[in-house]
Write a protein that binds this ligand. Structure first.
Ligand code: ATP
Ligand code: MG
Length: 422
């Protein structure tokens, strides 16, 4: 029988890579928590209508990327393609709006999108998601962006990334810009890609987000959305930029940065890399005042971002060395094994990573094994050591060895560390 393989576009994260994931997740949690964000854990699937309403019917995600199915009772459910809609659903459902504002939440976990798999693009992928809810002040926009950069800084990636910011104005005044854009694009639509021609009729703003090379010269000459901002939106953006400046954050103002989701207003931003080919966006976000109301909640504003964790892990490279135990404990024979079992347990409880052999192989083979697994020390107990409740502590690098009472083993293995004698 042929073995069964994983589903296309879905990948295993093997132990060597998982170490890098742990670093990335720890950096996210530490950074977000320092800024006052709290962890919220949400279901991986929701009623389909949540995403249809919360992301927008005209988006690529809702139109062609969702994993939607009827459950056994016939209800349509969808594996979440992004987290914001779920966070807002929970915010409304649990009455978070009565808490002091802004309500700061973050969540880490897998997302599902039916896309064409390639390097840095998968059908199950992971995001770190952050949302700050209930506050419109532009200083919050700048603070959220600063936190995003601090996350990358914590991983030593800051110098390899570029921050782009834009304002796409308010829903009301954007209409005028969209009309202007449509007027500009209609005469040249024959030179746009097929998809952009469809976007032109349905959602012209999305043309600005197109990655197709031959659309770029047209996009570059398009009117700038920044020229059509309302005075309030323009002031907001100016203030965001001043706040970024006071924090000495470098950024590029990119008037083409509209983002793929329908719900954004005012500030949008992305963190880009030149190192991952077409998958150049490592994180993106923006303000979405009005979305909570649209989902049936209070008229609370919000801002957030999502980090693409696979792409961050790719940027970290592949320098993982398998973790080596501090020591291999080698009993020679059954009585020595039984003496070493509680010793091994005590060492592990003191957070010393040790391995215990089974006492059924010859010493030279066990020493070979200690070398292969990269153990720093071998701890050998044969009959004569057992009689004196001692062991032989062998340094695997220098091959020096000496007798040590078993009760002193923890201290000898890890001198600087506090040990509980019990
Ligand atoms: P892209 O332009 O790359 O499709 P997007 O605008 O669809 O990105 P968002 O919805 O803004 O992406 O999600 C935030 C981040 O999640 C992206 O910047 C990216 O790093 C990551 N991401 C999105 N889709 C995928 C995917 N299919 N596989 C891996 N990472 C992804
Ligand atoms: Mg996408």
């Amino acid at each position: 029988m042929p073995p069964i393989k994983a589903v296309r576009g879905v990948r295993d994260i093997l132990p060597a890579e998982a170490r890098r994931w742990q670093r990335v997740e720890a950096a996210a949690r530490q950074t977000f928590e320092a800024y006052g964000y709290r962890d919220i854990r949400l279901p991986l699937f929701e009623r389909t209508e949540l995403f249809a309403r919360g992301i927008g019917d005209e988006t690529d995600i809702v139109k062609k990327e969702m994993y939607t199915f009827a459950d056994r009772s016939g209800e349509s459910v969808t594996l979440r393609p992004e987290a914001t809609a779920s966070v807002l659903r929970a915010y409304i459902e649990h009455g978070f709006h009565v808490q002091p504002k802004p309500v700061r939440l973050y969540t880490l976990g897998p997302m599902f999108r039916y896309e064409r798999p390639q390097a840095g693009r998968y059908r199950q992928f992971h995001q770190a998601n952050v949302e700050a809810l209930g506050e419109t002040h532009p200083a919050l926009d700048a603070e959220v962006i600063a936190m995003l950069l601090d996350f990358f800084g914590a991983l030593g990636l800051a110098d390899r990334l570029e921050l782009h910011v834009n304002s796409i104005g308010d829903a009301g005044t954007r209409q005028a810009y969209v009309a202007q854009l449509r007027e500009y694009l209609t005469p040249v639509q024959d030179r746009l890609c097929d998809e952009c021609r469809v976007r032109l009729t349905r959602n012209p703003l999305r043309v600005l987000d197109c990655k197709t090379p031959h659309c770029q010269p047209i996009i570059e000459k398009a009117p700038s959305i920044l020229d059509s901002l309302s005075p309030e939106a323009a002031r907001h953006f100016e203030s965001v930029r001043q706040c970024l400046d006071t924090m000495k954050i470098r950024y590029v103002v990119n008037a083409r940065l509209v983002r793929g989701l329908d719900y954004y207003v005012r500030t949008t931003f992305e963190v880009l890399t030149g190192e991952l080919g077409a998958q150049n966006a490592v994180a993106g976000g923006g303000r979405y005042d009005g979305l909570i109301h649209q989902l049936g909640g209070p008229a609370d504003p919000g801002i957030g971002f999502a980090i693409g964790m696979e792409r961050v892990v790719l940027l970290l490279g592949e320098d993982d060395r398998p973790p080596a135990p501090l020591a291999l404990l080698i009993p020679i024979g059954e009585p020595a094994l039984r003496r070493l079992m509680p010793v091994a347990r005590a060492l592990r409880r003191a957070r010393l990573a040790v391995e215990l052999a089974y006492g059924d192989r010859k010493l030279p083979r066990e020493l070979e094994h200690a070398d292969r697994i990269g153990a720093r020390f071998a701890v050998i107990v044969g009959d004569s050591e057992l009689e004196r409740d001692q062991c032989i502590l062998r340094d695997m690098r220098t091959r020096e060895q000496r007798g040590v009472p078993l009760e002193r083993l923890a201290i000898e293995l890890a001198p600087g560390q506090a040990h509980d004698e019990s």
